[in-house]
Structure formats: C-alpha cells, structure tokens
Design a protein around this ligand. Structure first.
Ligand code: NDP
Length: 317
C-alpha cells in the first residue's frame, strides 16, 4: 500500500526537495500543501517529481479559515494520512512594522506557529486513523531556536518571556509573544521555539495514547533557499559563501530535503519527542543524532501554557 504524506510549503527549498525525495521512493503519495498552486506545480515539474506521485491542495497557513478548508479538502480526497510535515515558514528580517494575518495576528508567528498548530490539532484525527505501523508528525526546527548553540548565539535571541502578548490576545498593539516591542528577527526565532515546544507537547499529550511519532529536526544551514529572499541582496550573496567556506555549516537544498524525508520514513527515526540534528559543521557522510533543545524549548510548563494560549488564539478552546 502507498502511504500518504502532507507537506506544507513545497513550492521551494527544503519542502520541495523533501517532497521529491519521498515521491521518488514510489512508496509515498505526496500532498503538497501550498498557498500558490501554479508556483507549486511549476516547482514540482522543475525538479522532476513524477506526475501521479503528488497532488497539490491549497493552504495558506496565515489564515485559520484556510487551514480548516485545507483539512476538509484533504479529507474529500478519501486518502488516509500517514505522515504530516510542518515545513512552511516566512522570515522577514528587514521590516520595521509588523504585518498582520487575516485573523489579526503578527504574520510570521501566525504562519510559522499558529497555522501549523491548528493544522496539527485537526490532522491528529486523521493520523490516528492511519493504518501505517507508525504514523509520524514532523515539525521543522532550526538551530537559531537555541542560544546554547553557535548558530543560535547571534542576537536578538528568542525569548517567549511570560507569554504576555499571547495572554493579551495577540492582536494589535501586541505583535510579539512576550508582549514587547516588535523585532522581526526575534519574531521568527520565537515562532521556531514554538514549533519545538508544540512538537514536545504533542508528544507528551498524544504519543502514548496514539502511537504517533512526533519529531523535529534541524536540517542544517540551507543558505540558498528563498527563506532569505527578504534579506539584503548582499546578505543573500555572501551568506552561502560564508556558510560554505567559513563555518562549514552549508547544506544543499537536496541534502536538507533528504534529511526531512529520512525523519518521515526511515525506521531509524522511530523515537518520539526527539529533535534530530546533523550538527553545525557538515562532515562527509555525517550521521544524525538526537540533540538537546534549548532551555526554553525544554520547559514543560511553558509548553503546556503555550499550548493552552495557542488553542484559544486559533479558536480550539
Ligand atoms: P523557503 O522560503 O524556500 O520555503 C518556504 C515555503 O513555505 C515555501 O514553499 C513558501 O511558499 C511556504 N510558505 C510561506 N508562507 C506560507 C503560507 N502562508 N502558507 C503556505 N505556505 C507558505 O524556505 P526553506 O526551505 O529554507 O524553509 C523551510 C523550513 O526549513 C522552514 O520551517 C525553516 O524554518 C526551516 N529551516 C531552514 C533553514 C535554512 O537555512 N534555510 C535552517 C533551519 C530550518 P511560497 O513559495 O508561496 O512563498
């Protein structure tokens, strides 16, 4: 039987290559969950994903209505869901003022965290019905979530504080989870801390009762992706060179996609609640290992509180 995986944000970068890696095994039907259907179709064709091995369904993670509609549309296909990959993200380092989602939330946290939070909660029901021996739910993390790691030391550092912004309803004038002044780079990093906390809380709440494997990973520094498209042009030019020749952290989009595909499909990644990494410096044939997440991302009380507040913000509680 062919398994089905839903991957968000496969119109470029890591998600596109993960879709390719899984589709070409022949064992996976890939549902590409994207906000721009024609871009996604062109992207799939441009990297040679075989016709018939993928379906594209509209999903705009910034909009909670769109997330709900996506789940309905997926269910209408009649497929069972065997794996879900939360990959899509935006990063807008240069904006001075926050942008707002249709629901009135700061756009990067709305897209990277809240949209995925709702999607995970709704699709948990589908994963529970999977007949696969071990259904999986994978959320992309990043080294910048962790100030204890080299790549995470550069300020501004992520800090959800006491979740004051979320507690206050996270609508203008609140644009940051900690309720403080808007800082776009920190907003991205905060959203990625939320991704890791969500994975850990999913594991705590549901692993034992459902058998679903929940995991997260740092795919390496994929310095060429469109994630950096809103950065200074000079940064976009120099960052890959810096990562290739100075830090040694550079990973190709194809390699990063393969890593995601492994965490989705390889029996070696069957431990739930784990955060996988291949390290900061890439070595030839480097092996993955379970990495400790940041202090904040391992805070169980914060995970629970974040879960409760996020559930309110997306209309689940
Ligand atoms: P890309 O910008 O190449 O890909 C992001 C994808 O997300 C695109 O398909 C984009 O679609 C999609 N997306 C953005 N906003 C939305 C939305 N509102 N609804 C639906 N889809 C959306 O970035 P990467 O491939 O680099 O990033 C993928 C993941 O990897 C992210 O979670 C990122 O945090 C993580 N990561 C990346 C690293 C890197 O060095 N690049 C390092 C560590 C982690 P569209 O084409 O329409 O914009």
């Amino acid at each position: 039987r062919q398994s089905t995986v839903v991957i968000t944000g496969t119109s470029s970068g890591v998600g596109l290559q993960a879709a390719k890696a899984l589709a070409q095994t022949g064992q996976w039907q890939v549902v590409m969950a994207c906000r721009n259907l024609s871009k996604a179709e062109e992207a799939a064709q441009s990297v040679g994903i075989r016709q018939g091995s993928y379906t594209i369904i509209h999903l705009d993670l910034a909009s909670l209505d769109s997330v709900r509609q996506f789940v309905k549309d997926f269910r209408a296909t009649g497929r069972s869901l065997d794996a879900l990959v939360c990959n899509a993200a935006i990063y807008m380092p240069l904006i001075k003022e926050p942008l707002w989602s249709p629901d009135g939330y700061e756009l990067s946290v709305a897209t990277n965290h809240l949209g995925h939070f709702l999607l995970c909660n709704l699709m948990l029901e589908d994963l529970k019905k999977s007949s696969a021996s071990e259904p999986r739910l994978v959320i992309l993390g990043t080294v910048t979530h962790n100030p204890n790691e080299l790549g995470g030391k550069i300020p501004p550092r992520p800090d959800l504080g006491d979740l004051k912004g979320f507690e206050a309803g996270f609508k203008a004038p609140y644009s940051m989870i900690d309720g403080k002044k808007f800082e776009p780079v920190k907003a991205y990093k905060d959203s990625k801390v939320c991704n890791v906390l969500t994975m850990r809380e999913l594991h705590r709440r549901y692993h034992e009762s459902t058998g679903i494997t929940f995991s997260s990973l740092y795919p390496g520094c994929v310095a060429t992706t469109a994630l950096f498209r809103d950065h200074y042009p000079l940064f976009q030019k120099l960052f890959p060179i810096f990562q290739k020749y100075i830090t040694g952290g550079f990973v190709s989009e194809e390699e990063a996609g393969k890593r995601v595909a492994e965490v989705v499909a390889d029996p070696a990644y069957n431990q739930s609640g784990m955060y996988w990494s291949w390290g900061n410096r890439q070595k030839k044939n480097g092996k993955s290992f379970v990495q400790k997440v940041s202090n904040e991302a391992s805070d169980e009380d914060k995970a629970e509180r974040l879960w409760e507040l996020s559930a309110k913000l997306v209309g689940l509680a």
